[in-house]
Design a protein around this ligand. Structure first.
Ligand code: BG6
Length: 303
């Protein structure tokens, strides 16, 4: 694992990108340019915050109780879930949402885009431990471009001789005014697996509003979603490609209290997860020698 000092020497960009060690010992990249500010933890390649300069509040939500600790996922931001989504299909002992979010990644490249945005390229570091859970030869990379728009590209290259199948997500938490007052559009008439109280296939009628725990995997949809937030006077656009599932999740009161890191008593009301995913019938077969890339792009505009 490289130290913050080593990363600053190789990848730091004056006034744009620097690395610092957090109190818990994890290294965090701090991005600041004319368009936006953001931070990203090297453990998990976990984007933690993003706030375009045009916005008085962050667009990506980070829990005020988020803990940065070795081997633990951070509550909020944009966790990278890979190479499976949710529970492992056959190994109950393997971590939920895969291991990519809790292992070290390394910096490969940094740079400035022609429009002034900042670009980071990170690669997951395989280890003996990860090979026990995922014995396939592959390279997983995440490109993050921080500007007035946030773009992330999660790319899986199969460098081995056999095919494999992945589930994945960019599990982004968005900052909203209040969960009871927002609407999500873009998933009208889509089928979804409703994970609250079992797993039942249903069809979405109209826009989505929230009045209780919501945990849904919308399938066979590449649609852009929009979070309509009248309270904060903004609209957040969530566009994607290479992803055919969208997960919409809010834990609500009881589950949030049990989780213990959602910012009690009501921090959870200020976020909603709109996750760009490949799960359920949309898991992706990556043939030997090929690459699969999932791309998301987020932007906020006034209502
Ligand atoms: C969502 C799942 O993607 O992530 C939920 O659909 C889950 O079922 C949520 O509770 C949070 O997961 P975790 O592992 O970060 O607590």
């Amino acid at each position: 694992m490289s130290t913050a000092q080593q990363l600053n020497t190789r990848f730091g960009i004056d006034g744009h990108l620097s690395f610092a060690e957090d109190a818990g010992g994890l290294v965090v990249a701090k991005i600041s340019n004319a368009q936006a500010t953001a931070s990203l933890c090297m453990q998990g390649a976990h984007l933690m915050t993003w706030q375009p300069r045009s916005q008085p509040l962050p667009v990506v939500w980070l829990s005020r109780d988020a803990k940065l600790a070795a081997g633990k996922s951070i509550r909020g931001g944009a966790p990278v879930c890979w190479p499976w989504f949710g529970a492992h299909p056959s190994e109950p002992g393997f971590p939920g949402h895969g291991y990519a979010r809790t292992v070290q990644w390394r910096m490969v490249e940094s740079g400035k885009e022609p429009d002034g945005a900042t670009r980071l390229l990170l690669r997951l570091q395989q280890s003996e431990k990860t090979r026990v859970q995922w014995p396939h030869d592959c390279t997983l990379e995440l490109t993050v471009i921080v500007g007035e728009t946030l773009r992330m590209e999660l790319s899986t290259e199969n460098t081995g001789a056999g095919d494999f199948t992945i589930g994945e997500a960019l599990h982004t938490y968005f900052r909203i005014g209040d969960i009871g007052a927002v609407r999500v559009t873009g998933l009208e008439n889509c089928d979804y697996w409703d994970k609250v109280g079992g797993s039942v296939l249903k069809r979405q009628s109209g826009q989505i509003t929230f009045s209780g725990e919501t945990d849904r995997v919308y399938v066979n949809t590449a649609a852009e979603c929009v979070i309509e937030d009248d309270q904060l006077g903004r609209r957040i656009h969530v566009a994607k490609s290479g992803s055919l599932s969208t997960v919409v999740w809010t834990p609500w009161t009881e589950k949030a209290a049990k989780m213990g890191d959602m910012g009690q008593p009501d921090g959870w009301r200020e976020m909603v997860c709109i996750e760009s995913v490949n799960a359920m019938e949309n898991v992706v077969k990556v043939a030997a020698g090929t690459r699969h890339t999932m791309i998301v792009e987020y932007r906020a505009e006034p209502v």
